[in-house]
Design a protein around this ligand. Structure first.
Ligand code: ATP
Length: 472
């Protein structure tokens, strides 16, 4: 499936979905730009998530916190001390490896029993942050030589993933601040602001979409692991003791959200975390079967009262809630759902991409079609006058004017109709409408459906309502 993945990456570039960042300077590792159709698709994914969280839940509100935060935030959250990955360098090839990826890669070459034993040992050592133990594990299994053939390696060291920079012009230590590595902390520090001003009653949630930055040691698999990416997170504040119930509820609800986009359920699975982060009492990933295997798209974490308590400790401000139903003050517990927008984008693209063979005994033919859910498609409707003459462009423009306020349309009058259809297939436009001479006579148009390639004649006046009914 690596071939299919390469084809998807090329398609994304060729059709204006994703470009390497600063490409004229040969790109920047693990940083990407979204092109004209990518930006639309990404925005549609964002809107779909935002609406499902805020508009459809009366007890969830959305905020937009700054990327820069007071540096103490990251002391309190634990990121300064423990947001790191173990890494190792090969001195001959100058290649850098994330130790867990190195071991995982090697484990894939072993038979299942040996592989599991090795991964279990690795999990344990990572959990204990036992760098010497990891080194021994790598050496006794001869993994370093298996990977590169040479034995000239550095020691293992922890590498903090946060980017830092200076606030203001004075480069004193006190001015050092970080680019946020997750959006969650912007929600925690605003917990009381939102609760008070919004008169929120527990249980309630705060949602946010925004950029996060991680200096990933190894960037892999296109936009799957980036150094600048976007997260869509929701923190749900609950009464202590009710976390099991809410954790299960959000786990289910988030899976339903994914399936509501029409994806084959067999492409999804839950994976419980073996190694729990310092803040969690339960955690599960929602994994999707990418062309390179089942991988995480979203995490659901039961974060206890860890974060709010830490912020109480470091800020010396009370972050408590008075629950009038039980007449008690407490620091709420939190269930978090955290999904990477770029990963959801990659999922959507991988899931939509199809190379379809349309050959007949007489003629070889094929097309690339992006079967996006109509809700997410960058362009909803393409409008084509059959020719550039006979008043057909004017009629087509009339339909454009009628529809473009309601959804994104695309107008084109160049090339044969068949070629225009194929270009829309390649960017995933669910509907194309052709205006021809018959339109002038009876007011009907041909509407062509992307997935079935079927065509039917309908009144031009019915087009807008038809498209709208498929995208809400
Ligand atoms: P991983 O184990 O893959 O490094 P993580 O478990 O550290 O990821 P979380 O901290 O739980 O990830 O982040 C929540 C979500 O943010 C992930 O499910 C993923 O979709 C997204 N995400 C995290 N890191 C990246 C990245 N470097 N590039 C793109 N998306 C990311």
């Amino acid at each position: 499936d690596q071939n299919k993945f390469q084809a998807i990456i090329s398609h994304c570039k060729e059709y204006g979905f994703v470009f390497p960042s600063s490409e004229i300077y040969d790109g920047l590792s693990a940083v990407y730009d979204y092109g004209q159709y990518g930006a639309e698709l990404k925005k549609n994914i964002k809107d779909y998530w935002w609406k499902s969280m805020t508009q459809l839940h009366e007890n969830i509100v959305g905020i937009d916190a700054a990327i820069f935060m007071h540096p103490t935030t990251w002391k309190a959250s634990g990121h300064v001390d423990s947001f790191s990955d173990p890494m190792i360098d090969n001195k001959d090839s100058n290649k850098r490896y994330r130790v867990d990826h190195l071991i995982e890669g090697y484990a894939e070459t072993l038979d299942p029993e040996k592989s599991k034993a090795l991964l279990d040992q690795m999990e344990q050592l990572l959990k204990e942050n036992d760098l010497a133990g990891l080194k021994t594990l790598i050496e006794t299994n001869n993994i370093k030589c298996a990977v590169s053939g040479t034995a000239n390696w550095t020691d293992i060291r922890n590498f903090n993933l946060m980017f830092s920079t200076q606030l203001g012009s004075v480069t004193e230590e006190a001015n050092e601040i970080y680019l946020r590595p997750e959006t969650a902390q912007g929600i925690f520090v605003n917990f009381l602001n939102v609760q008070k001003t919004g008169r929120m009653k527990i249980p309630f949630g705060i949602a946010q979409i925004g950029k996060a930055f991680r200096n990933e040691i190894v960037a892999r698999q296109f936009i799957f692991r980036m150094r600048e990416f976007e997260q869509m997170e929701m923190q749900f504040f609950i009464r202590p003791g009710s976390q099991k119930e809410w954790y299960e509820k959000w786990k289910e609800e988030r899976m339903q959200w994914h399936l509501s986009l029409g994806t084959d359920p067999a492409k999804y699975q839950f994976k419980d975390h073996v190694k729990l982060a310092h803040y969690a009492d339960a955690a599960v990933d929602i994994e999707y079967e990418f062309p390179f295997g089942f991988k995480e798209v979203e995490g659901i974490h039961s974060r206890t009262d860890f974060d709010l308590k830490q912020h109480e400790k470091y800020s010396r401000k009370k972050l408590q809630y008075f629950d009038t139903e039980i007449n008690q003050n407490y620091v709420p517990y939190v269930i978090e759902t955290s999904i990477g927008l770029d990963r959801m984008f990659l999922l959507t693209v991988c899931n939509a991409y199809e190379e379809q063979d349309l050959s007949t005994p007489e003629k070889q033919d094929s097309r690339v079609v992006m079967r996006f859910p109509a809700k997410l498609a960058p362009i909803k409707l393409a409008i084509f006058p059959l020719t550039k003459r006979d008043g057909l462009p004017e009629l087509a423009r009339e339909l454009m004017d009628e529809c473009k306020q309601a959804f994104h349309c695309f107008y084109e009058e160049k090339d044969a109709i068949g070629r225009r259809y194929r270009r829309q297939d390649a960017i995933g436009t669910p509907f194309c409408v052709t205006i021809d001479h018959q339109t002038k006579e009876d007011g009907t148009v041909t509407i062509r459906h992307r997935d079935s390639m079927e065509q039917e004649r309908i009144p031009m006046s019915a087009v807008k309502a038809l498209v709208l009914s498929k995208i809400i």
